[in-house]
Write a protein that binds this ligand. Sequence first.
Ligand code: A2P
Length: 339
Amino acid sequence: MKRVFPTLIQHFPGSRSEMKEAVSEALRIGYRHFDCAFVYKNEAEVGEALKEAMESGQVLREDLFITTKLPPHYNDPALVREALDSSLKWLKLDYVDLYLIHVPFSIDREYLKAIGEEKMYQKPEEPDKFYTSMDHSKIWQVSPSVRTVTDELIEAFFLLYHFQGMEKLVDEGLVRSIGLSNFNQQQIQHVIDNCSIKPANLQVECHAYLPERELLNFCNQHKIVLTAFAPLGSPAFAKATCAGEPVLLEDPVVKKVGDKHKKSPAQVLLRWLIQRNICVLPKSVNKVRLKENFDVLDFALDEADVEEMNTLGTKNLRYFLYEPSEDSPDYPFPRSKAA
Ligand code: A2P
């Protein structure tokens, strides 16, 4: 089985050249799994670094695992293909290994265009116009089991106009597998109940303060690989936006376990997730920390360490709440009282 190493590269506030250099450095260290997204606006730089590495013979395409994501203003079967085509063009690839629906909430593309794309992350003034309520199984594909002659005719009409859901991308070899991100259990179940190709992967925030045990069990039952974003608890984001909340990388339990193994807190946090068979996406643009996050395969947490780490899960602390999106009918988390 091909081994997929710890991953990096998501949204980060660095310059474009810093981004490309981080990918090149990661490739030199041995990273082979890169996580991108249409909305991160990083695909061109990732693509340039990958292209250089492949052209110089440093890596082969088949050794890479590239993920990217469908943005919320393309959550529509009519727009899926267009979004993927853009990502492939920026990445300079003819296929991606994994394509995820980035978030369950869907934004009206024309309305967003009219008010300005920079407003995508702000609380909308007119939520009814901003959000559409798109059935996720339609973005995926209509299940053959529920097809009638009418459905077949509708589908033929859709295909004529290049309306293609996620499953069609697999059929055409443009993506190797498809999955979901930031979906809750009920939303995933709805896709499973109405699909031909099951989601292969679920990417969610997951770390020692948010262990997502129930969701992991659910994924295991359905043979869905769980991938953790923010595995280190995104320290800079946590400090900037979650004032008063504990910072996971500074937790004394994590430090104590690390001291025992002569490993850093970040390495302990990654190792704890890997031992739960969770794929990890630590982000870094720093050469030393890139290497540090990669060196997590030469030690193991024992039962006592795991037990101690598990106590942190009682905090159940989610740093990424996507609060401006609480007005969407598809908001995946319990809403705050203010909404
Ligand atoms: P930097 O890019 O300067 O290394 P997460 O992956 O949980 O979202 O966390 C990403 C953040 O954690 C980035 O701000 C990154 O900063 C920092 N970071 C990444 N690796 C480490 C590490 N090994 N030790 C401390 N901070 C780290």
